[in-house]
Ligand binder design. Sequence first.
Ligand code: UN1
Length: 497
Amino acid sequence: MSEVLNKNYIDGIWQEASAGAVFKDVNPAINSDVIGNFPESGVEDVDDAVRAARKAFRTWSRMPAPARGDILRRIGDLLTERKSELAFQMTREMGKPFFETKGDVQEAIDTAYYAATETRRLFGHTVPSEMPNKFNMSLRRPIGVCGIITAWNFPVAVPTWKMFPAIAAGNTVVFKPSEDAPHSGALLVKVFEDAGVPPGVVNLVQGSATAGRALVEHPDVNAVSFTGSTETGSKIGEACGRLHKRFSLEMGGKNPMIVLADADLDLVIDGLLWGAFGTTGQRCTATSRLIVHEDVHDALVDKLKEAASKLKLGYGNEDDTEMGPVINQKALDKIEKYIGIGKDEGATVALGGKRAEGPGTEDGFFFEPTIFTNVTPNMRVAKEEIFGPVLSVLKISSYEEAVKVANNIEYGLSSAIYTQDVATAFKAMHDIEAGITYVNGPTIGAEAHMPFGGVKGTGNGHREGGWEVFEFYTETKTVYVDYSGKLQKAQIDNVDD
Ligand code: UN1
């Protein structure tokens, strides 16, 4: 796998973009390490890919679902074999440490085996009819061609949350990875090819907004699934609404961790280091708000400052690295802008607040782990997604106040509460406005067979993962079989009035 796979993959053929344009992909930890130039695809490339996907749909959708499951299992096996090689390349391309990218591939492996088993269970319902000698049932049908557009922070796991259930259900796919993780996307598509997925079932178009827009607006794409920024998601939602397409949006978060006075503070520190600074805070599920009881506020902030200041920054393919860079210059600028905003609003930078300078960070986009204290609920740093290693700390004096503060945002993806009190934990499961709540764990840690998604401005009501994602990738067909041998009229024959 040493060659760089810097091509599109359409109808089973690796190829350049038709106009020959390219964009550059660099290592965010060592900017002089150029991974390669990737195709900047245009409308024509997307059109070719959609045509291939449509053609393949005819046979793929007719294959018995468990036979598609066999291929998914082979994909899981190949991902297992290639786990370390893939993780190395992912870390090189998007920066998070090797142990994290291995977890990313593992999430894809779990998703593959899970989707493979679901191909034996793609059930509808059989229910009684109102009429004698009549049989009612619902069946699941694939939708058609699915456009998959993803972010760079989980460059293998998140695309597979979408692609595996899509193809398990008999759909075909055109995949456009983020322009910040094109190589990881291509290496993933190579796994489909090597596992024996027929040409046209999964197609890859690299590129940026032009390719993304062409995919969303293509008349022969039936459904679009997107993970990324709220801004882009809103545009996709508008376009899909106008074109009557099914769409699933997974967007921003500003995820709270509530820490009550009875919490185990050492456990909280471990959770915060992982939740706030894992993936350099660049997860839609990152813990970005700590809502902590006044009785333990000072002790917790002191412990956290000490622990976070010791995190070892550097290139994630080096053994001792605990936190990698942010993804690019734009991200670095955005984080810096928010440091200024927070200071102007009156928050205190208790730790970090600037670009990192130590050895191993000179040639990359590194930012120090940052903690804002004295944050109040209506500050922008308490409400807006920064997507970096920045934690805002808010002080509260009761559970009720904590919930009010936690819910004071437009997003609702993940959330956490640390308490020893079982009754409070159960109340929180209902009170916190979020698609996911963790009790005594941080806001990250999704498992492949559990539904994943948010409420409010985070998404549009769909879930990935779990059984729920198969609802998105299938249409329901309702079937009535009348074997009475005569015309039976629903709502009329069997009602006397
Ligand atoms: C995302 O941030 O886009 O549970 C997904 C988690 C990860 C997935 C995050 N397994 O945080």
